[in-house]
Design a protein around this ligand. Structure first.
Ligand code: MV4
Length: 497
């Protein structure tokens, strides 16, 4: 058993800060790394030590594996937490860390490698009776044979890149005549994007829900599942709203999915925190898609409903400690929702909006958590992910968690940058969302930028009406319509929300 005394966080933004906080609570010293664009970032201020690692582009800073490892040697660091993105699912990085005698806070390099290849993953889990979408389990080499397989599966089918993930390199084929052309495109796309042209086919599930299971495993071979997260509200493979538990998963289905997820984890001798992704069809059949071998952005909703700090568990597991609980000790407590606040303009086709956070006031109150890495006055750098923060609510049931989230969105004041907050509020109020009858097509199907414009002009109308009635009553005691203590800009954002 190895004790971790000093940890380096190979990441930035909200997740770096999130990890620093748990490490501190465990009495572990923290080291931040930062690029020249992040000199004033919160993760730098919160860490015990911080080292500049290079110029702003990720390739010259947060992706510099060798530099990161050499900093660990210089500062007497004994473990590296990779967060999500950047080097978190890089097999070579995990290998280099253990070769340097350091601890990687994550699974083995072998598990990362197997799950990084869709075909290797399918092959690894094949002995575990995991439901999978009908399709091929080998790379396609012969077009004629593949066409026959597609015929027997039935169109539409989906061509996927083995090295792909998160929706990259996928192609839908509606009918046999299109098969060859789409296949050629898929292979060349896979080659240019991943340097690996291996593709396979699956039956295309047209309106799936995306439901994932959080797992935790220790180095002794114990594995538990921490229930599901519903992640169907997404746009262009970027998640927008997540919640736990899922409104459509029954206790029986939960147990079946949990058992399948444990099978997937066992198939690669998994330890650490991991997520097993499933797609769920309209009849609520679930199929294994892939396993993410990292801590995920949406992990806080699971923390809320289980009461478990996933980062602390990751660190304890990396130290070689056995899990301190069993499956039967885990219960679901209430309901939790997360919205991702992106610096994107939903009125302008979600184009990234950069600039300065002129006003930045976080919501507070019961059951609200904000994970962010910014403060008022800071710039959102153009070099990285446009996510400003994650707003997370927790309530006794789904209704309370949603209403609490809407209340918190109204409290959140952000000016200077367009954000996706209004879009999230629109979704949270939508009948299809409230009823749980939604799938991964929700945003495309139900949301248009103009809806927000309409709302804004309605607000203008109601202001005019209030002003008219104010002028007509002319009471000397009446309160001013506009609070002089707040700037006009702040007011505008409040009304817009
Ligand atoms: C699918 C699918 C339909 N049928 N596979 C997209 C991301 C990658 N992890 C797998 N994805 C999908 N695989 C079959 N056989 C539809 C998707 C998909 C999707 C999945 C999860 C969340 C959002 C999605 C959005 C579009 C397509």
């Amino acid at each position: 058993m190895a004790q971790i005394n000093k940890i380096l966080i190979a990441n930035r933004g909200e997740i770096a800060l999130r990890i620093i906080r748990s490490a501190k609570e465990m009495g572990i010293k923290t080291v931040a790394i930062f690029s020249e664009a992040d000199r004033n970032a919160l993760h730098v201020r919160h860490a015990d030590e911080a080292v500049c690692i290079g110029p702003p582009p990720s390739s010259e800073s947060y992706l510099q594996a060798d530099k990161i490892i050499s900093i660990c040697k210089d500062l007497g660091v004994d473990a590296i937490h990779p967060g999500y993105g950047f080097l978190s699912e890089n097999t070579d990085f995990a290998k280099k860390i253990s070769d340097a005698g350091l601890i990687f806070v994550g699974p083995s390099a072998e598990a990362i490698e197997v799950m990084g290849s869709k075909l290797a993953a399918k092959n690894a889990v094949s002995k575990y009776d995991i439901p999978m979408v009908p399709g091929t389990d080998k790379a396609i080499t012969n077009i004629k044979e593949a066409k026959k397989t597609a015929q027997s599966i039935g169109y539409p089918i989906l061509i996927k890149a083995s090295a792909g993930g998160g929706g990259k390199g996928m192609r839908v084929v509606e009918k046999e005549e299109d098969f060859e052309e789409q296949m050629e495109r898929a292979v060349s796309e896979a080659l240019s994007s991943f340097g690996d042209g291996a593709v396979f086919i699956e039956k295309y599930i047209s309106s799936p829900k995306h439901i994932e299971i959080q797992v935790l495993g220790d180095q002794q071979g114990n594995i538990v599942y921490l229930f599901e997260r519903e992640c169907s509200i997404q746009r262009r493979h970027q998640k927008v709203i997540e919640e736990a538990p899922s409104p459509v998963v029954s206790p029986k289905m939960r147990e079946a999915m949990g058992t399948a997820a444990i099978g997937v984890a066992k198939a690669c001798n998994y330890y650490g925190a991991g997520t097993v992704e499933f797609i769920v069809d309209e009849q609520l059949n679930f199929y294994f898609l892939e396993m993410n071998t990292r801590l995920q952005v949406e992990h806080p909703v699971t923390e809320n409903i289980t009461g478990i700090d996933l980062v602390k568990e990751q660190i304890r597991i990396a130290e070689g400690k056995p899990l301190g609980f069993e499956q039967k000790d885990l219960k679901i407590h209430g309901h939790s929702v997360e919205v991702r606040v992106y610096a994107e303009d939903p009125k302008n086709n979600f184009l990234p909006d950069i600039g300065t956070l002129q006003t930045y006031i976080r919501p507070q109150g019961p059951g609200i958590r904000v994970d962010d890495g910014f403060e008022q006055g800071m710039d959102i750098p153009i070099y990285y992910d446009p996510m400003i923060s994650k707003l997370i609510s927790h309530g006794k049931d789904r209704e309370e968690a949603i209403q609490r989230m809407i209340r918190a969105i109204d409290e959140y004041e952000i000016t200077g940058i367009a954000t996706t907050l209004d879009c999230c509020k629109y979704v949270l109020n939508h009948e299809a969302f409230l009823s749980g009858k939604f799938d991964t097509n929700f945003i495309d199907k139900h949301f248009k930028g103009e809806y927000l414009e309409e709302e804004a002009s309605m607000d203008t109308k109601s202001i005019a009406a209030a002003l008219a009635s104010h002028l007509m009553t002319q009471s000397t005691e009446s309160k001013p319509l506009i609070n002089n203590g707040t700037s006009a800009q702040k007011q505008k954002s409040k009304w817009k929300n």
